[in-house]
Design a protein around this ligand. Sequence first.
Ligand code: NAI
Length: 213
Amino acid sequence: MDRKKNISMAVIKRIPKYYRYLKELAENDVDRISSNELSEKIGFTASQIRQDLNCFGDFGQQGYGYNVKELLAQISSILGLDKEYNTIIIGAGNIGQAIANYTYFQRMSFDLKAIFDINPKLIGLRIRDVSIEDIDNLESFIKNNEVDIAIICVPKERAQGVCDIITSSGIKAIWNFAPVDLKVPNDVIVENVHLSESLMTLSYLLNESKITE
Ligand code: NAI
């Protein structure tokens, strides 16, 4: 596949939406779909879809549209979902437990290997089949196991400290739920998830729509 470098972040952020819709189409045994039909479902224009997918290679066929299974396989590969990732969660509170209990991530190829917490009452408990370990074991666990992604779910005052242990132990990808901008070495990727920012956008739009009524 002819993959082009320097694809814009805006395109990359749209790719998971293609994945979601194509997966649903494949599960419903839809064999092929035109960019116009895909446009109606996804809400992007047909030309946007063609442009986005062209960034990654020559997928569609004139007059035939896209082969759903093939496109899904290619998009999965673009997203790196054709591999397995070992993950750990640090902080087994509300958010940490919710993520650990969400089995869909497992099915998507993110395999939860361990959960760490500082609270003695939680250490030793299990969430699904994964045990909560003492935070003191975090460093040695990372060194002795292949961990690809660390998920930070500790209070914000603790997040940088946890992040430093994780990065100095060799982890290169962090999914950060703590509301803090983590300082990491250049070769470490951080993806922040802030539900509150999304909620604030919603409240802004709600108020804006009232003003323009
Ligand atoms: P919580 O208080 O229920 O859980 C935090 C857990 O971290 C506790 O079990 C605590 O024992 C543990 N912990 C504290 N220090 C630790 C350390 N040094 N090492 C290991 N474990 C440690 O809090 P909750 O509600 O789960 O929130 C967790 C984080 O997620 C907070 O930073 C919060 O602000 C953030 N949050 C983020 C959201 C988002 O959209 N990204 C939404 C809600 C919360």
